[in-house]
Design a protein around this ligand. Structure first.
Ligand SMILES: Cc1cc2nc3c(=O)[nH]c(=O)nc-3n(C[C@H](O)[C@H](O)[C@H](O)COP(=O)(O)O)c2cc1C
Length: 163
């Protein structure tokens, strides 16, 4: 019931990544921009997710905002039975972040390299706030969305809602 109600809030879809000797990635739609100065973003991560431990032990993480053709990427990094470690990146194109070396996915709408700034208790999740240390944006791609438990897409050409 609660999960379904939360799902009526349409969001984009991201993949959160960490680097180091055992890189990791996880699909997340809890990404939110927080502050322009300093430049901050947040993600909420389930305490039971492997990513929770990776984020806690790494000082840096990446957020890649998926484009409409990347539904398969979102499914892959949400699949708890995927191969772990560096091998989980074998079927996607990625580039090491220029500041942190964290794997950043290619073909996305935008990506942010972040250093971990603060963490807050968020019930069964932890709220991780990152300070952006580099960003990359590609404006001409359509976005992957999730709404009511289904992937959707939206194009920048879609009609704007007029006031
Ligand atoms: C569209 C979508 C959005 C998701 N958003 C989040 C999220 O914001 N936070 C979270 O903890 N899990 C989220 N998940 C679930 C994780 O991606 C999933 O549990 C994943 O297997 C966790 O990986 P890990 O345990 O290997 O780190 C989402 C899944 C999907 C399909």
């Amino acid at each position: 019931m609660l999960r379904r109600a939360f799902g009526s809030f349409a969001t984009g879809v991201t993949v959160v990544t960490t680097g180091g000797p055992v890189p990791h990635a996880m699909t997340a739609n809890s990404f939110t921009s927080v502050s322009l100065e300093p430049p901050l973003v947040l993600i909420c991560v389930d305490r039971g997710a492997l990513m929770h431990e990776h984020l806690t032990s790494n000082g840096y993480f990446g957020v890649s905002v998926l484009a409409s053709h990347q539904e398969g990427v979102a499914m892959h990094f949400a699949n708890r039975w995927r191969t772990l470690g560096a091998a989980q990146f074998d079927e996607v194109d990625w580039t090491p972040g220029r500041t942190t070396g964290v794997p950043m996915l290619d073909g996305t709408l935008a990506s942010f390299e972040c250093e971990l700034w603060r963490t807050y208790d968020g019930g069964d999740h932890t709220i991780f706030i990152g300070r952006i240390v580099s960003l990359h944006q590609q404006t001409d791609r359509d976005a992957l969305l999730v709404f009511k438990g289904r992937f959707r897409e939206i194009s920048p050409d879609w009609t704007e809602v007029s006031a």
